[in-house]
Design a protein around this ligand. Structure first.
Ligand code: GBH
Length: 493
């Protein structure tokens, strides 16, 4: 179905469901002008023979069981239990209860012909206070989970850290404390040593720019600190940790393929002016490659204006480049949206002096993000060219829409807008592969509706609907569609 047909179809669908809760964001969808949205070749899209179609989740967002079997408190447990931090007072205490329902979740992946499952480990299950002896029961959970995936023919892709730092380490200063980098390397080695016989593909971090900036700079995420200097210090510790963990994991498990999942968003200059073009480059340097160049080139890119480079505040030492440097085996890209960037003179963002905004030319999702499939093509091609055709995995891509089971058919969740979202993005990804990018896999965010950080359960990103009252899972239309895509390698299915 092309875009116009889809709009007609969706209009009919919306009329049908006009008074129900799952048409909630529809209105903004239809009012978006079609002009300016590039055509996407959906029918012609093809994927390489061994391409890995998968889904992604993260420990705190799905596991629940927040203090089961000796688990320690993480900064997200702490933050969610602090009044006023999470929309609606939601917490991840129970979430999707994947800790107890992982077999059911793997069965859904298998039913949907999945070939890869990206999941993360809660550090506090392995080392409750972030250092010291291993909590065997916590480790055993991940061991069972991985075995279940392998038995279903699914590659386990393990993220070592998806934001749930042990609270005990936060109490010692958290990521801004340089000492944390060695502790993180010890933890990552424990994982590689104990799961490395079955897990080959590892992501060290999820979105280092996001958890350092939102956690320590703007305070929207745990631990809720608001200090640009803390962000800078945290960023540097994380860069040291990435390099040290890479070596520690390789030593513990030589066949490990180690990368990181970076949040990336193409930033186009607002005008053709030299100043805006330079601002767009600064945006790319801070937003996309601030944790990538440190690994691959051993040095920071330069998003900073003039002579105000904050390396002293960051605590950069002469030999740190050697610690940060690590020849990552693959580059993970989490893509959600694009930005337009303008120079801001002496104003705008501190350090970079730019302003950025997200355009609204494409359709708008439930949480206000623009759907822009071409941005995935753009960022994949840029990374592919600038880093000499590295192995790339799309580690996350997805959208929030609030579609729910039909009142008269509880097993059906018609989420046509999500299908359209994935069609567009997968078609643009296939085009990037055709144009030379070495992309090995794609992970939809997410397998399940889950705890969406500061937004609690108000935003549903899943291909499977979760009723948070009884935790019943219902595969949405998009999930069934994605299962057919995974089986056929085609998008018109
Ligand atoms: C990912 O982060 C996370 O890895 C995952 O845990 C999370 O559930 C998922 O995405 C969905 O949110 O300011 O409006 O211009 C996403 C990080 C960073 C993506 C900010 C969107 C800019 C949106 N996000 N970004 S806007």
């Amino acid at each position: 179905m092309n875009r116009r047909q889809f709009l007609n179809y969706s209009a009919a669908f919306a009329a049908m469901t006009a008074f129900s809760r799952y048409s909630i964001a529809a209105e903004r969808y239809y009012t978006q002008p079609e002009a300016g949205v590039p055509e996407v070749d959906i029918a012609g899209a093809r994927f390489p023979e061994h391409f890995l179609f998968g889904t992604a989740t993260a420990s705190y967002q799905v596991e629940g069981a927040w203090k089961a079997d000796g688990k320690g408190e993480s900064i997200w447990d702490h933050f969610a239990h602090t009044q006023g931090k999470i929309k609606g007072g939601d917490t991840g205490d129970t979430a999707c209860d994947t800790y107890h329902r992982y077999k059911e979740d793997v069965a859904i992946m298998k039913q949907l012909n999945q070939k890869s499952c990206r999941f993360s480990v809660a550090w506090t299950r392995i080392q409750p206070t972030g250092t010291g002896a291993v909590n065997q029961k916590g480790l055993d959970f991940y061991s069972r989970f991985v075995d279940e995936m392998l038995a279903a023919g699914i590659r386990p892709m393990c993220t070592v850290f998806h934001w749930d730092l042990p609270q005990a380490l936060e109490d010692q200063g958290g990521w801004p404390n340089r000492d944390v980098y060695n502790k993180f390397a010890d933890y990552s080695a424990i994982l590689a040593k104990s799961l490395g016989d079955r897990v080959e593909t590892w992501a060290i971090f999820n979105e280092p720019f996001i958890f350092t900036s939102l956690g320590y700079g703007t305070g929207v995420h745990a631990p809720g600190k608001k200090d640009i200097n803390l962000f800078l210090k945290a960023a540097h510790t994380v860069n040291l940790a990435q390099g040290e963990a890479f070596r520690a994991m390789k030593a513990a498990s030589p066949r490990a393929k180690v990368g990181t999942a970076f949040s990336m968003s193409p930033g186009a200059p607002a005008t053709d002016s030299a100043a805006d073009k330079a601002a767009a480059e600064r945006y790319h340097a801070i937003n996309n490659i601030f944790f990538l160049d440190t690994a691959l080139k051993g040095k920071y890119p330069d998003p900073f204006e003039g002579n105000q480079r904050p390396f002293e505040t960051m605590g950069l030492r002469p030999d740190d480049e050697k610690i940060m440097r690590a020849p990552l085996d693959w580059i993970g890209i989490n893509y959600y949206n694009r930005h337009i960037v303008a120079d801001a003179g002496q104003g705008g963002e501190p350090l970079t002096h730019l302003t950025e905004y997200m355009p609204t030319v494409g359709p708008i999702t439930y949480n206000g993000w623009e759907v822009w499939p071409r941005g995935l093509y753009d960022i994949v091609m840029r990374i592919s060219k600038e880093y000499n055709r590295p192995i790339i995995e799309i580690t996350e891509n997805g959208c929030a829409y609030s579609d729910a089971p039909l009142p008269d058919d509880a097993n059906k969740v018609p989420d046509a807008r999500r299908i359209e979202f994935y069609k567009g993005h997968l078609a643009e990804l296939a085009r990037a592969i055709k144009d030379g990018a070495d992309v090995r896999g794609y992970h939809a965010w997410s397998l399940l509706d889950n705890f969406e950080w500061a937004e609690g359960y108000s935003q549903r990103f899943g291909m499977t609907y979760v009723d948070f009252r009884d935790l019943k899972r219902t595969v949405k239309d998009s999930g069934h569609w994605y299962g057919r895509v995974a089986a056929s390698g085609k998008l018109e299915v």
